[in-house]
Design a binder for this molecule. Structure first.
Ligand SMILES: [Zn+2]
Length: 445
């Protein structure tokens, strides 16, 4: 716009200007009055309370919610006198827990047991179509009690996870809090879709990254477009060595220099790094690079477990997807038993195990993510340990202990309830009856 020339100012203009000022003032004061009352208070009466941190189940306590956060947790009578006008939600016949956190999801994927299923999604569905399904998945997940997800890459759908996150944060669609990883990374030729037809370039499920400088550039691009986490594929091609070797091996994707550049650049920009690593070689390479979490980790050995404990690296086992892809055959069925043994060892040695399912690797519409808790109990966790893996431990992996993963003053009011006692029957988590996120109720049965 150019410099405006002086315009004669008429009396009518002055009257109109004054009216506008008065109207604006009146509107402003009304607006201020409407905003003045303290935030909505809600008192939740909890028959049993599993707070996500303590080993103890409390009974007949109350949670006072103010706005989107928890203000107090304590005796019902005390909190009732503290907030006499609070809206009451009576969950006195239920067990109340923190909202669940799944640390390994793919909102933009709808199951891929076969490569055909995977390729159909990347080749025959537009990214907008896939984003619509992702919004559906986010709602389903929230209704199942998951109030936060770490979504570890879009499988060819670029930055659409950030769009879903924005729509959820702006209240346009219901969904969990989303920690997005955008595109993930693998080197040239090491991630689908591949084809022997060199005349055509097919879409890839990841951002192709080669060389140290490109690794840093890719991290910067992904962070620029909204990545909260960086995900890379440490390995592929899983195989057992010749007998008597029972160690699962793999082909490592990145050179150590490339992997270290990814991790260093991500950390420089305040982002954590998740590495897909199934075979022992891929896990070892990821640990050398300094990642924050090992995804899948079926081939964990005793010595690798020791490194994880020493370096405070989290393990996200994703058992549910491992069981789901058994029909793939090949080495996959053997991985389930292998991971079960690794799970027992890791548990005894004190590895921090954060609950993650890899949902999207199986259809969101067919299996409730909370199935994962059932496996953890079968594999040796107490029900309370399993619950904490999907609440306070997952929150710690995300660096979000001050916001989510527990029911405690100051944290977001992300609160769920089940009818029975999940410390006796962990499958109760697959039948969530009540979901609150940030003080708003999304499910109440
Ligand atoms: Zn995955």
């Amino acid at each position: 716009m150019g410099v405006s020339s002086p315009v004669p100012f008429s009396c009518g203009d002055l009257v109109r200007t004054l009216s506008l000022v008065l109207l604006f003032s009146a509107t402003t004061s009304v607006f201020l009055v409407a905003q003045t009352p303290s935030p909505q208070q809600t008192l939740i009466k909890a028959g049993r309370l599993v707070d996500g941190r303590s080993q103890q189940v409390q009974t007949n306590v109350a949670i006072l919610v103010e706005g989107e956060r928890i203000k107090a947790v304590g005796a019902v009578a005390q909190l009732q006198s503290q907030a006499p006008n609070a809206r009451i939600i009576d969950l006195s016949q239920m067990t109340v827990l923190p909202g669940l956190i799944d640390a390994h999801t793919h909102l933009l994927l709808q199951g891929d047991i076969t490569s055909q299923e995977y390729e159909d999604q990347l080749l025959k569905q537009s990214i907008p179509y896939r984003a619509v399904l992702a919004a559906r998945n986010a709602r389903l997940s929230l209704e199942h009690g998951f109030t936060a997800l770490r979504d570890v890459e879009t499988e060819g759908a670029m930055y659409a996870d950030v769009d879903v996150k924005l729509a959820v944060n702006r209240g346009e669609v219901p969904g969990p809090r989303i920690f997005a990883s955008t595109r993930a990374m693998a080197p040239t030729g090491m991630y689908p879709i591949g084809t022997p037809n060199w005349e055509i370039e097919l879409p890839h499920g990841v951002q192709t990254v080669d060389g140290v400088d490109n690794a840093r550039l890719a991290v910067r691009e992904q962070v620029q477009h909204g990545a909260d986490w960086i995900k890379y594929y440490s390995d592929r091609r899983y195989f057992f060595g010749p007998p008597p070797d029972s160690v699962l091996h793999s082909w490592v994707n990145f050179t150590d220099a490339e992997a270290k550049a990814i991790v260093d650049e991500a950390h420089r920009l305040g982002r954590g790094v998740a590495a897909h690593a199934i075979g022992s070689d891929g896990i070892a390479a990821a640990l050398r690079a300094g990642v924050n979490s090992i995804e899948h980790g079926d081939g964990l050995t005793d010595s690798l477990i020791d490194v994880m404990v020493k370096n405070n690296v989290y393990w996200v086992p994703t058992v549910t997807v491992g069981v789901h892809v058994l029909p793939r055959g090949g080495v996959w069925p053997a991985l389930v038993a292998l991971e079960r043994r690794a799970f027992g060892k890791a548990l005894r040695k004190g590895v921090k195990i954060a609950m993650g399912t890899d949902v999207g690797g199986f259809p969101w519409t067919e299996i409730n993510q909370a199935k994962e808790f059932e496996y953890y109990v079968q594999y040796g966790m107490t029900p309370m340990q399993a619950i904490q893996s999907g609440t306070s431990v997952a929150a710690a992996l995300l660096g979000q202990e001050q916001n989510i993963g527990a029911i405690a003053p100051g944290l977001y009011a992300d609160i769920i309830a089940v009818a029975g006692d999940p410390t006796r029957d962990i499958t109760e988590l697959q039948r969530v009856k009540f979901v609150m996120k940030g003080g708003a109720v999304y499910l109440s049965q």
